[in-house]
Design a protein around this ligand. Sequence first.
Ligand code: MN
Ligand code: MN
Length: 455
Amino acid sequence: MANAWKKYSDTKVVFDFTEGYKDFISTCKTERECVRKSIEIAKAHGFKDINYYIDGKIKLKPNDKVYYDNMGKSLALFIIGSEPIEKGMTILGAHVDSPRLDLKQHPLYEDKEIALLDTHYYGGIKPYQWVTLPMALHGVVCKKDGTKVEVVIGEDDNDPVVGISDLLIHLAKDQMGKKGSNVVEGEDLNVTVGSLPLSSEEKEAVKANVLKLLKDKYDIEDDDFISSEIEVVPSGKARDYGLDRSMVMGYGQDDRVCAYTSLMAMFEVDNPAKTLACLLVDKEEIGSVGATGMHSKFFENIVAELIWLKEGYNDIKLRRALTNSKMLSSDVSAAYDPNYPSVNEMKNTAFFGNGLVINKYTGSRGKSGSNDANAEYIAEIRNAFDKHEVSWQTSELGRVDQGGGGTIAYIMANYGMDVIDSGVAVQNMHAPWEVTSKVDIFEAKQGYVAFLKEM
Ligand code: MN
Ligand code: MN
């Protein structure tokens, strides 16, 4: 293993690539925003909505580029190969949902002339990390008349921000004695949004004033929160991290760092033999459930459509296409943290600057819940990366029995295809501000290109 930075006599290519990434994660802070932006970028690279073909009058042909937008929350992109799809696809998969706080269905209330929004956190968080920070509201409000209102408050320099209070140290004697998991309780992650009473109101005048602001600006009422999805996320842009600017600090890098690099890799390949796919999915952080998560049949269904549109459908072609596929399940790994070395076993740890990370297995307590990739497949992957001079490393998530985690790998492996976990190492994973190495981001993109070209 060598530091990947040393490969580059001119590091400009690395820094230039990560500028695009920083822009992406600065504006795309929800799964919906990621999908919308990814479609915009894909269209600029010649991708067409699959619905353009779906009536079957126009056949799909090799090198056609199509995408399928699943409810605006997950996305599948394809470059059609010259070989029959039943020979198998080469698939990159990442997730675009990230830990955050979701507003409840009845969020707004007033307590002693302070207006607050009640939340239910999404994904695995340490609640104490999410207090006393400038926060923004991103999401949609769907009204009964069918209109959808997009909300982004707290990102523009002229916007106000919101946030969650924490106890002053002077009165925190009881709190400081608590276990870390209870220092801040999930139910107490309430977002302060106002303190100015509406002069015409007697009761709950501060809440009334917040409602008036929402009515004036967005034409939404208190009841419209029932059919809304509003996410409370850290406010502000991704920034260069380190005096040498070698790293990125930003929100939601798990797993948008793999989503962005996978998407970009798709634009560097033309006229493939195998059909190439890039999946950007939702709900990974809560078990890949629901219509937009990887457990949904949406991917299988859309592959059936592709076969029908290219070659004429039958079920065995679909089964073969899925089983014969090869996939990189791209998700972040834990980067070595000099402040907390004890959680790692140093021979099998991911380090900043050492490139794309391969995890043979994830899971916990004896690999439970893991997709354990086949050695034969890992040999193929090594060969592809080395041929393209990609910097890569292997790791596992911490020492044995220290903890663990999972990804979408095992779900796709259910089809009988070869899948391995790969991704970018992250410090502060699931914290409001996560950190990655710029050269690792670039090597990930290079690795994904190598995979698409060689598999
Ligand atoms: Mn992840
Ligand atoms: Mn995660």
